[in-house]
Write a protein that binds this ligand. Structure first.
Ligand code: BGC
Length: 255
């Protein structure tokens, strides 16, 4: 079965049809710059453009950078405030005339990594963390997702973690790798003290350069790069749309 996976990010909106049995992209992914302002209407237009690009007719899974319950966005840390309360699944479904499933972007990336990537066969406490415009988190125990953990907003030195250690901050402040890795380490150490995880999987755009910073991280827990690299969100969104029930979540994110 194929599903169109779409990953909505702060700088780009990426999509590709995904073979959900293998977790692979069936066609090269297509990226469209996130519109400014990234209002619901403008982003829905981009999702429709992606759908048209692939001449897609069928289910769509969408990874969205906010708390998502029942297809509805409940927060808007790095997106336009107009998203709060918006039924994202219904909006995209109406705009594309296709069935759409929506979940948090880090949760989507985690679902993909647990099924096909660095978390495969990991049964303990696993964190997927995406370091991008913000910091996204997904928490798994025995492969089961605890949805909508928002640990990028944990306070460190009186600032939200994502305002100290996201990839956007690295670029904006022109931090070198050791300086940025020290900030990421501080965040990971805090998570270790609170959750005692068995594994950290790190993803987001910066993961292409994992050899520059993962060896510099100082944690007691294993840290590995996302194996699906920056495609994890696309693949996880497609998996969720194909088989929402297997995630064993209570709330439906489908429209
Ligand atoms: C949002 C999360 C999202 C993360 C990564 C955070 O600012 O609150 O919902 O997963 O950014 O995009």
């Amino acid at each position: 079965m194929e599903v169109l996976g779409v990953d909505i990010g702060g700088s780009g909106i990426k999509g590709a049809p995904v073979d959900v049995a293998t977790g692979t992209l069936v066609k090269p992914r297509h990226r469209i710059r996130t519109p400014k302002p990234a209002t619901p209407g403008m982003v829905a237009d981009v999702v429709a453009e992606l759908t048209a690009h692939f001449s897609w007719r069928g289910p769509i899974g969408c990874a969205f950078p906010a708390v998502v319950k029942g297809g509805r966005a409940l927060t808007a840390a790095n997106v336009d405030k107009a998203w709060i309360g918006c039924d994202v699944a219904a909006l995209f479904s109406k705009r594309t005339s296709m069935p759409v499933t929506v979940l948090n972007d880090a949760d989507a990336a985690g679902v993909a990594e647990m099924r096909f990537g660095a978390g495969h066969n990991e049964t303990g406490v696993v964190f997927m963390l995406t370091l991008g415009t913000g910091i996204g988190s997904a928490l798994f125990y025995r492969g089961q997702l605890l949805p909508n953990t928002e640990l990028g907003h944990l306070e460190i030195r009186k600032k939200e973690a994502e305002r100290r250690a996201s990839d956007r901050v690295r670029k904006k402040k022109d931090l070198d790798w050791p300086a940025w890795a020290a900030r990421v380490t501080e965040f990971l150490n805090r998570l270790e003290a609170l959750f005692w995880p068995d594994l950290f999987i790190i993803g987001g755009g910066v993961i292409k350069k994992h050899e520059k910073f993962i060896p510099l991280l100082d944690t007691r827990t294993r840290v590995v790069p996302a194996r699906l690299l920056n495609d994890a969100g696309i693949v996880g969104a497609a998996l969720a749309a194909a088989d929402w029930d297997s995630l064993r979540l209570d709330t439906k994110g489908r429209q």
